[in-house]
Structures are given as C-alpha cells and as structure tokens.
Design a protein around this ligand. Structure first.
Ligand SMILES: Cc1cc2nc3c(=O)[nH]c(=O)nc-3n(C[C@H](O)[C@H](O)[C@H](O)COP(=O)(O)OP(=O)(O)OC[C@H]3O[C@@H](n4cnc5c(N)ncnc54)[C@H](O)[C@@H]3O)c2cc1C
Length: 464
C-alpha cells in the first residue's frame, strides 16, 4: 500500500488479453487497498488480436480462436470473470490439401490412408511426434534450427514432403532462421488437444465468442474499480525526478465536449506502468528515455521480429468442409491454412451462416501486406476455389480483410538467451507481452498466464 495520502496509481498499456488478465490480478491483489488501476487502449474496443467483429447478425472474433482442454490458466480466467459455464467442447476434424486432393487427417484410419506420405513416413511421423511430446524443456531446442531438428526427428524425406511446406506457409522465408522450439511448441499444443485413447481432437469456444469474454472482463474490472480508457493511444512514457512515471496519451479521436475541438494529448502520473503492447510500440513510446539511458534490455526488445498478418474473413451461406483447419501442402496457395470456424461454433450462433478465415502470416515488409483489400480478396478467394472448386461467388455473403503488423514473435535461434524479464531498467516500468512466450505457441492461455504472473511480481515488489 502507498505510504502517501493519495492512492497508489498503476497504469497498464494495452487492453488485449494480457493487459486484461494483468489488470484483473492486480485489482484482486489490491482489493480493499487504495490502489487505482487504469488501462489505456488505443482502439475503441477491447481485446486487441482477440477483439470481436460484427456484420449484420454475425458477431464473431476478428481472428479465429479456440480454447484447448489443456488451457488451465485461460479456463481459470474465464471462471474468474464468470463465463466458464459458457465454454463448449466439440470434436474437431483436420484436413490436408495437396496434389489437388482434400483429405481428412482426423483419425487413425485417416492416418493409415493419408496419401501424401509413405508407410515408412507415417511410422516416422508417429514416432517423431511421440518423441517430441516427451521433451519437457525446450531450452536445448532454442539453439537448433528448425530444419535441422525436424530432419533429425522425422527424416529428410518427411521434412521435404510435410514439414517444409507447412513451415513455408506459416513462416515464409523466416523458417530458415526459426528455432526448433517453435515447432516443438506447436506440436505439443496440438497433440495435447487429442484425447490419448481415441486420438480424437477436442476444442472449445465460449458461446458468443471472444465478445462474451471481453464484455465479461469489462464488467468484472469495472466492478473492481479498474478504469478502462479506450481510444487512448499512449504516445510517450517518461520518468519524473521523484521516481514517478508520466504517461502521455493521445485522445485526438475524441472531441472536447465544451469546445467541440479535438482533445489534446493528456498526461497523467503513475507510480508504476506496465506495458503489454508489442516490443516496437514500447520502444517508440520510450524513445526519449532510451536515447539517454541505453541498455541491453531495450536492445533485446528491439531485436524481436514479428510476423504480420493479413486475414480474409468470409461469411458463407453454406459449409465448405467438415474440417476446422485445412493444412496446405500446395505452394500455389497464398494463405497459411483454411479455418472453418463453424466446424466448432454452431452455425446457429452466427445466424445460420458459415465462417471461414484465410490467414497469411508474413514479414512486416512483405509487399502483400500493402495490397489493397480488393487484391487480397481476389487472390485469396481464387486460391480458395482451387481447394473447393464448387465454391460460387453467390455463396459468399460477406468478405473482409483484417491486418495487423505485430502478431507472431519470431522465435529465432538463441531467442531464449535474449529474453528479458518483466522488470525493466527504467524505474517502476514493467513489460509483459507475447514476445515472452517461449514454451508455447502464440495463444491466450499463455497470454493470460503471463499477464497474471507480471501482476503478481508488480504487487509483491510494491508490498516488499
Ligand atoms: C490469426 C490468429 C489466430 C489465433 N488463434 C488463437 C487461438 O485459436 N487460441 C488462442 O488462445 N489464441 C489465438 N491467437 C492468439 C491471441 O489472439 C493472442 O495471444 C492474444 O490476442 C495476445 O494478446 P495480447 O494482449 O498479448 O496482445 P494484443 O492482442 O496485441 O493486445 C495489445 C493491445 O495493446 C493495444 N495497444 C498497442 N499500442 C498501444 C498504445 N500505444 N497505446 C494504447 N494501447 C495500445 C492494442 O490495440 C491491443 O489492444 C490467435 C491470434 C491470431 C492473430
């Protein structure tokens, strides 16, 4: 508790799942004490990459999300905000498309029939996945290139036939720099979703999608006295002589009620500030401080490279396939996979329609990121028709493209060595973001877990 008369003030920058989880934990820890928590969010809505999007009677996640049965911290968060009873599980099927064929890869029989690899390849694949799932600490894998590790675990032929096309569609040229820890985490997360006996894949979603989760989080945080300020882009953060932290935020989207003019940049002073935004945003915001106080912590943050995303969202009047995910082994297809969300979400939840996402991960300087929406839609929908030749333009009721620059931190070799903690060299300033996920894929289970851990560290540092 603060020793001064005025309440202690903590700012959290970013209201994605990491920021919301961090805010919830801090609010719980400070319940009854005089701590005031403020969350700044640049967008007009909460959730960041997990935010919701609406078109007519369809309201679903801007990007697709599933919950896995192994997502314990996320399910705990859902419990705390009172929506865990809205979590539904569904057996899911996975497809593969290659050589003009779309096949199921969802059962032992599918595995036996799988046409893209030989019998020996299947044996090596099964064995490699079992061996991979037995590795509990990825630290050693951080030093090995993904190509080298996959070739050793699965053999050169299987690497070329299966892993290389999958890596290329997910990481592009960056696959050559990526460490084995990345693919180990992916295999483990997906393997964990399968029930061991039946080899069946089960995935979950909250009824109403992330909108239900975000609305409940907002209600819970409001109830705990947390101040959530949207349309407030933090533009700079600096220190005062007495160890406080000044947050300057831009509310130019809002008009001043009395003058009708655009509001100016505001400044507020806090005892502690927690960044949950991507690394580059943090460095831009702290530019003035870092110029006069250089430190390897900031250099390491600056070295984190993110993949960007352009994701086509389609609302269809009919289903495409029985598969939640269709993995692609065909180089002609410009996207990473086909995700048919309504193979998990009941179509009745989205007005009887069918939702399909076509994500393309790419480096931030990839020219495709700057393509017009029309070009992205034309290219992606034409390519989707290669996989589903019976798809007619009339089947597509709505189409849109979502883009984001900083999405998937790229786990390059020796990534772990550069990974910093929550405490930064700037007094009373903390960082927690997805670049700190190293033993899992980019997912909200890891994000809420990190947000909570950081809150606990901040709370114990303050009380100590
Ligand atoms: C295509 C796709 C599919 C996914 N699928 C799944 C899935 O199936 N399951 C799963 O669990 N996870 C999934 N995820 C991952 C999940 O969306 C992310 O883990 C999660 O959203 C990361 O949350 P975050 O809060 O760390 O970051 P973000 O969501 O990026 O939040 C950061 C927030 O900070 C705000 N911000 C940035 N700069 C400023 C500033 N200067 N001032 C104020 N605010 C600022 C942003 O607007 C944003 O709201 C998926 C992600 C994508 C892109």
């Amino acid at each position: 508790m603060s020793h001064s008369d005025s309440p202690k003030r903590i700012a959290i920058i970013g209201a994605g799942m990491t920021g919301l989880s961090c805010a919830l934990e801090l609010a719980k820890k400070s319940n009854g004490s005089a701590t005031q928590i403020t969350v700044f969010e640049k967008d007009e809505y909460l959730g960041g990459l997990s935010s919701a999007y609406s078109w007519e009677d369809v309201s679903w996640d801007r990007y697709y999300h599933v919950v896995l049965s192994t997502d314990a911290p996320l399910q705990e968060f859902l419990k705390e905000i009172g929506v865990v009873d809205q979590l539904f599980w569904r057996e899911t099927k996975t497809g593969f498309y290659g050589k003009g064929k779309l096949v199921s890869f969802s059962s032992t029989w599918d595995f036996i029939k799988f046409p893209f690899i030989s019998l020996w390849g299947k044996f090596r694949l099964g064995l490699g996945i079992i061996r991979s799932s037995r590795i509990s600490d990825p630290a050693k894998l951080d030093k090995i290139f993904v190509r080298e590790w996959l070739t050793t675990m699965f053999g050169r032929r299987l690497y070329e036939q299966l892993w290389e096309p999958l890596l290329r569609s997910k990481l592009g040229a960056a696959r050559e720099r990526t460490s084995a820890a990345f693919i180990w985490a992916t295999i483990n997360r997906l393997f964990g979703a399968r029930e061991s006996g039946a080899q069946k894949e089960k995935m979950g979603h909250v009824r109403g999608g992330y909108k239900t989760i975000l609305d409940a989080a907002e209600r819970t945080l409001n109830g705990l006295g947390v101040e959530l300020i949207t349309q407030a882009k933090v533009v700079s953060v600096g220190s005062t002589a007495n160890g406080k932290v000044v947050v300057a935020f831009d509310r130019t989207n809002q008009k001043d009620a009395s003058t009708g003019q655009s509001a100016k940049v505001h400044e507020e002073t806090f005892d502690e500030v927690i960044f949950t935004t991507p690394c580059q945003t943090i460095l831009n915001t702290l530019d003035a401080h870092i110029k006069t106080n250089p430190h390897s912590y900031w250099e390491n943050l600056g070295a984190v490279e993110y993949l960007a995303i352009a994701c086509v969202f389609l609302v269809l009047r009919r289903p495409l396939s029985p598969y939640y995910v269709t993995n692609l082994l065909d180089k002609r297809l410009p996207f990473t996979g086909v995700i048919e969300a309504t193979n998990i979400v009941a179509p009745a939840e989205v007005g009887g329609k069918h939702l399909v996402y076509l994500p393309k991960y790419m480096p931030g300087d990839d020219p495709a990121l700057k393509w017009s929406d029309e070009k992205v839609l034309d290219e992606f929908i034409s390519a989707l028709k290669l996989v589903h030749p019976d798809l007619e333009d009339e089947d597509i009721l709505h189409r849109n493209v979502f883009r984001e620059l900083y999405v998937q931190p790229l786990q390059e070799v020796n990534y772990l060595q550069r990974l910093g903690g929550f405490v930064t060299p700037m007094p009373n300033v903390y960082v927690v973001n997805t670049s700190m996920i190293y033993n899992s894929t980019l997912n909200n289970n890891a994000a809420v877990n990190l947000g909570k851990q950081c809150a606990q560290e901040v709370a114990s540092a303050s009380s100590g």
